[in-house]
Write a protein that binds this ligand. Structure first.
Ligand code: AMP
Ligand code: MG
Length: 285
């Protein structure tokens, strides 16, 4: 079953109506067991994708502070073939980046065929933080929904699977995590006052997320909402959704690899035959 919620194109979402503490009717132990099985499947599929070099995978992670973007990236990296998979984190743009269009820094980081890139934050910040914190006027950010849809369509047309996840935590869970983190001697460094400022803008972010989910969930690059108050369930939902998105390609990638293997075998046989002929010639047969 699907543990995340797929947003249909144009669908109006009310985040407050969606349960952030969903557990899919599973115990934590059952969830972890299922995650382990689905991680193995994901690892196999991603290795096929890498070898076949036909398709790329882009995973976009968005969510509020402490929503679990780092945790999910770590969990996906554990499942996947490390040399072909990487994480890119998007922070506030540098002056150099701000001097270009908002997609410039993003487009440079998209995965090549065979590879996987996980975006920890993304081009969506340009219609989220930029809108909520008024970092640019509306006439600048408003047209970006269309630009984002065009950009993602371009990636899909070029053979990229684009998967976008909104990690949905509750206001209470965020407060708990921020306070826990502050007490943690090795994690407190991750915090900054901006996290608390963003928290005070909770409702404005909700509105901005709801519009991004509605306007940028397309047939080719849909959004999925992941209940994220329970970390084990959040990881399960993502591992499942990424595997489900790759599964339909399995047969095609295997066919391609079999074709490539037949070709390699043919070259090897030809090489051995020519070596045999040379040996006979030099023996004067
Ligand atoms: P974090 O991911 O919590 O380490 O922090 C990264 C910070 O960079 C967040 O506060 C984001 O809102 C901010 N950020 C990321 N992309 C942009 C952007 N395009 N414009 C402004 N701020 C951004
Ligand atoms: Mg932060």
């Amino acid at each position: 079953m699907a543990y995340s919620k797929l947003v249909k194109p144009g669908q109006r979402i009310r985040l407050d109506d969606l349960d952030t503490a969903e557990d899919g009717g599973l115990s934590k132990e059952e969830g972890k067991q299922l995650s382990a099985e689905l991680s193995t499947r994901l690892g196999e599929l991603q290795e096929l994708m890498f070898a076949a070099r036909e398709t790329a995978l882009l995973v976009v992670l968005q969510g509020r502070d402490t929503g679990g973007k780092d945790g999910v990236a770590k969990c996906l990296m554990r499942a996947m073939h490390a040399p072909s998979c990487r994480v890119v984190s998007f922070k506030a743009p540098t002056p150099d980046e701000l001097a270009r269009d908002f997609l410039w820094r993003v487009h440079r980081e998209v995965p090549a065929k065979g590879f996987c890139t996980i975006f920890n934050r993304s081009h969506y910040e340009d219609v989220l933080v930029v809108r909520v914190r008024r970092l640019a006027p509306e006439k600048v950010w408003r047209p970006r929904y269309d630009r984002i849809n065009d950009f993602e369509r371009l990636l899909v047309e070029n053979g990229t699977i684009v998967l976008k996840f909104f990690l949905h935590i509750s206001r209470e869970e965020q407060e708990k995590r921020l306070l826990d983190r502050e007490k943690d001697p090795v994690k407190a460094w991750k915090l900054n006052v901006e996290d608390w400022k963003d928290r005070s803008l909770w409702d404005s972010y909700t509105k901005a997320y709801e519009e991004a989910l509605r306007r940028c969930s397309t047939e080719e690059a849909p959004w999925r909402i992941v209940p994220a108050d329970r970390k084990w369930f959040r990881d399960l939902a993502i591992i499942e959704a990424v595997g489900d998105a790759l599964e339909p390609f399995r047969v095609r990638w295997m066919d391609r690899l079999e074709r490539m293997s037949r070709e390699t075998r043919r070259e090897l046989e030809e090489y051995r035959r020519s070596m045999g002929q040379q040996a006979q010639e030099s023996a004067g047969v």
